[in-house]
Design a protein around this ligand. Structure first.
Ligand code: COI
Length: 356
């Protein structure tokens, strides 16, 4: 499927850490597999690719990503199916989105060949780190950073593209309580909200911390101009079910084109559920809550998968959502996606790519 553009040098770890892995206590993002992938960009092209033992890498204190934030990333997952085989979920969608981010951040793009070669070889090397438990997976974090030793402001001439992996369980262990944010903003028209830029996450931490101090898990961002239209929640896209219709904000400058979002909308259309990608104001949500047509709200994301929202806070009032059951949309989408990933349900859209 891929053509090797760069030979990948492999240096294996001398002693695997796999015996430290406790699948019953994975959490999210704190355990890292044995190896990592590193490619270097210099003189206008990618010129060195390696798989190395996971570990620290030296950076100059003047490295430009540390000063001006030329840093982007992706999030994706590998799953072990019921036959013990390892598959990636929609990896090309991540490669394409990484390049959309790269272009907006004046960084070099990464070919499908380099991305897939590095990814497949890394996940194959560490395939014994892909969990077997239902709901667990190997989270994969490709990222691209600027490495010029220069503190003038300009696009870097040198970069590192790296991939690290981490066996993970649930991102949220319970239904999520969200606070509608009407003071701080995440993204503006013409900005970088649609890009998976590290700075988008850094800027979200303080408002999220304030919301957490009030007992919420996350904020729901609103549009920068009116603070009325709902955009994203934390690291997730948001979907509402109003009177049997799936409603989600349309993609644009301020919304990340979530791959889980797209997968849920695709499944909904397969199931003849009406989908509307349009602006949704907080007033519409409150009105739907008042007249009992707000059936569900949930977040979608690679890390969070499908995260049901149980409470929405807005201007001092809390709007509770009905408890979920097996017929709830979020339950059904979650089951369908997990079924496809585990090989229990047919992969109608060819989303799964075999590693080994
Ligand atoms: C993902 O879902 O991959 C994300 O980007 C969330 C991550 C920041 C934890």
């Amino acid at each position: 499927m891929t053509t090797a553009v760069l030979p990948i040098t492999v240096t294996k770890i001398s002693g695997s850490r796999i015996s430290e892995l406790d699948e019953s206590n994975l959490g999210f993002g704190k355990i890292f597999s044995d190896h990592m992938f590193v490619a270097d960009y210099k003189n206008g092209h990618w010129e060195k690719a390696e798989i190395l033992p996971y570990g620290k890498i030296p950076f100059s204190p003047s490295s430009s990503m540390m000063h001006y934030g030329q840093a982007i990333f992706e999030g994706m997952k590998a799953y072990r199916n019921v036959n013990g085989e390892v598959f990636l979920f929609r990896p090309i969608a991540n490669q394409k989105r990484l390049n959309i981010s790269a272009i907006r951040m004046a960084m070099p793009v990464i070919s499908e060949e380099l991305f897939m070669d590095g990814l497949l070889q890394l996940v194959k090397t560490d395939s014994n780190w892909v969990p077997t438990t239902d709901g667990a997976s190997l989270y994969i974090r490709p990222f691209l950073i600027a490495t010029d030793e220069y503190i003038g402001v300009k696009p870097s001439d040198t970069y590192k593209f790296m991939i690290i992996t981490s066996p993970v369980g649930k991102y949220y262990s319970e239904p999520v309580k969200v606070l509608v944010e009407t003071n701080y903003i995440r993204a503006v028209e013409g900005g970088v909200g649609f890009v998976k830029a590290s700075g988008n996450y850094g800027r979200s931490l303080y408002p999220a911390k304030l919301a957490q101090q009030k007992g919420y898990h996350q904020v729901i961002w609103t549009d920068a101009r009116h603070h009325r239209y709902l955009e994203e929640s934390g690291t997730m896209n948001v979907v509402f079910v109003i009177d049997g219709v799936l409603v989600t904000p349309p993609l644009g400058d301020t919304i990340l084109a979530g791959i889980t979002r797209d997968s849920v909308l695709t499944i909904a259309r397969d199931w003849d559920i009406k989908v509307e990608e349009r602006k949704i104001s907080i007033d519409e949500i409150i009105e739907a809550h008042r007249n009992n047509t707000l059936q569900e709200a949930f977040g979608t994301g690679t890390a969070a998968t499908i995260a049901p929202i149980c409470l929405i806070g807005y201007e001092g009032v809390e709007y509770g959502l009905p408890a979920l059951n097996s017929t709830s949309y979020s339950t059904r989408f979650g089951k369908e996606l997990e079924g496809i990933r585990k090989g229990r349900i047919a992969d109608r859209h060819n989303w799964m790519v075999k590693v080994c």
